[in-house]
Design a protein around this ligand. Structure first.
Ligand SMILES: [Zn+2]
Length: 100
């Protein structure tokens, strides 16, 4: 259970790796930095701008489809969420976004 978290936009002062696609976030690029407590453990993650937008889209779709909290995309789980979504609905996230 995620019981305390926040996400902020940051401008990279050095290179980072995106926790979703593992691409390099270059110095000067904007990225999302999330931090909080998952269960009883602290966590933090850095997500590139592209993946951050995909996460927002997936969360929006999950909300529209009335997913339970545990079925929302989790950190580093975006590709799994997208694969499962395509398997369950037979369409991609992008196709679903155009239909909702
Ligand atoms: Zn990424």
């Amino acid at each position: 259970m995620n019981n305390c978290d926040w996400t902020r936009q940051r401008k990279a002062r050095k290179k980072h790796n995106c926790c979703e696609c593992n691409k390099t976030i270059q110095k000067g690029e904007y990225y999302s930095y999330s931090s909080g407590i998952w269960g009883h453990e602290p966590y933090s993650s850095k997500t590139c701008g592209y993946c951050a937008e995909l996460v927002k889209l997936c969360c929006h779709l999950a909300s529209k489809l009335k997913y339970q909290d545990e079925h929302y995309p989790i950190i580093s789980g975006l590709s799994d969420f997208m694969s499962n979504f395509k398997h369950d609905y037979g369409i991609t996230i992008e196709q679903a976004a155009c239909q909702l």
